[in-house]
Structures are given as C-alpha cells and as structure tokens.
Write a protein that binds this ligand. Structure first.
Ligand code: NI
Length: 167
C-alpha cells in the first residue's frame, strides 16, 4: 500500500475545509488504510485527510502507547466538550515544531465507522487533544494557528527556509 505525501504548513491547501463523506465505499476504506499506514510510518498519532490533500471528513488516530488502537472516524462531529487542558502538540504537517495549545479536557465525538455504523467516543487527556487537533485540520486549521501571530510568523519563516533547502 502506498504511503501518502503529507502537505506541509504553510501550504494553502491545508486551509481547505473538508466536506462530509457521502458514500462510504471501497475508495474511502482504501484511503483510510493508506492514511493509517502513513501515520504509523511517519510516525504520528493522528492524520486528517486534509493533510494528504483529500478534502473529506475522515481522520485516523492511534494515541495508544502500544500502537495497536487504530481509530478511523468518518464525518466526526464534536457533540460535547468541557474543561481545559494545555498539552504540547506537534503535527506531521509542521515538522520539528512543538508548542502548548489550549484544548478542552474532555470531549465526546460522534462519527461513522468504516462499516457505516454510528459510533460515539468519549475521551480525555491525550486522545481528547488528538481528536480536537485532527478535527481542526478538517476545518482548515493547523495547531500553530492557535499560537500568537508572532510565533506563527517565526514558524512559517523557519519551515519555508527548510523547504528551500530540501527542495
Ligand atoms: Ni496535525
């Protein structure tokens, strides 16, 4: 199965809002498999379709230490959130950058699994952060956009410089 290329911030395609998956067919299941493989290989704990330039509401997550708790969420929707936590985040689209972001401590997310069944997940801690981070991607938002404008400018400059060196 092919690994998918991951868009790098500040690529403007990362700003594209994703549309809901209307038909949960084999192409979506294949995309989910390829995204999971890409996430594990990177390695990362979450990947949104937006990051591989597919603008559909689909995310994969594995926030477990054992790397064997894959979650595939189609059309995820936040149905509940409360509390506050600050967690240091990173992102496969923003390599080498880590910073603290304010997130809800507890979230409930409703989604479809790959067989089309509606599921609900309640999460706190790292998994809650990860769900919020990936759902942000589907709205065209990268975690660094929660930081100050000055920090965002520095991060953009750093990543653009890197891409010139490696391109
Ligand atoms: Ni990310």
């Amino acid at each position: 199965m092919p690994l998918l290329p991951i868009l790098r911030f500040p690529d403007p395609r990362l700003k594209t809002p994703a549309v809901p998956v209307e038909k949960l067919d084999d192409s979506i299941r294949r995309l989910a498999r390829d995204m999971a493989e890409t996430m594990y290989e990177a390695p990362g704990i979450g990947l949104a379709a937006t990051q591989v330039d597919v603008h559909k509401r689909l995310i994969v997550i594995d926030a477990s230490e054992t790397r064997d708790q894959l979650l595939v969420l189609v059309n995820p929707e936040l149905v509940e959130s409360d509390g506050v936590q600050f967690c240091e985040e990173g992102c496969l689209s923003v390599p080498g950058i880590y910073d603290k972001v304010e997130r809800a401590e507890h979230v409930v997310v409703r989604y479809l699994d790959l067989s089309g069944q509606t599921q609900t997940i309640a999460a706190d801690g790292l998994l809650a952060v990860c769900l919020q981070h990936e759902m942000d991607h589907l709205q065209g938002k990268v975690f660094v956009e929660h930081l100050s404008l000055l920090k965002q400018m520095r991060i953009k400059a750093k990543l653009l410089k890197q891409s010139r060196i490696t391109a």
